[in-house]
Ligand binder design. Sequence first.
Ligand SMILES: Nc1ncnc2c1ncn2[C@@H]1O[C@H](COP(=O)(O)OP(=O)(O)O)[C@@H](O)[C@H]1O
Ligand SMILES: [Mg+2]
Length: 141
Amino acid sequence: MLKFHSKSTEETENFAAELVQKIGGGTVIAFFGGLGMGKTAFTRGLARGMGITDDVSSPTFAIVNDYGGKPPLVHFDMYKVSTWEDLYSSGFFDYCDMGAVLAVEWSENIENALPENTVRVYIEKGNSENERIITVEGMNI
Ligand SMILES: Nc1ncnc2c1ncn2[C@@H]1O[C@H](COP(=O)(O)OP(=O)(O)O)[C@@H](O)[C@H]1O
Ligand SMILES: [Mg+2]
């Protein structure tokens, strides 16, 4: 388990950009933590760390944003996903099979479908407005 105390949005992004150097294709990065915790900010850092220059924003309406890259980074928002049918049609399993890196917001909603080697990222609020406590599980390092 890895624990990181972030004091700013930039620190969260930098942490993610470094972390992703140790993560290979075919990995699900599952976020747990409510609205405004920094799941999208974290994903922005993942993209930067993977050399992707696309704009990163919560794919609330589309459910999925595919940013490309090698391996591709694919960003899911599972907020409205509540059935296996929804999950299948989002392309989640196809992207897993093709070896993408999957960044999954609202993983609470698909917890039963997460593969065994999932990297879990828990984000909680710290003592002040811009503080976040980030706990990473499943990195095997
Ligand atoms: N330490 C921090 N890490 C990440 N975001 C932070 C931090 N401090 C403040 N913020 C702010 O919190 C908000 C997080 O938004 P966002 O990444 O969209 O959250 P989520 O996707 O979890 O809803 C942004 O406005 C960001 O600037
Ligand atoms: Mg978000």
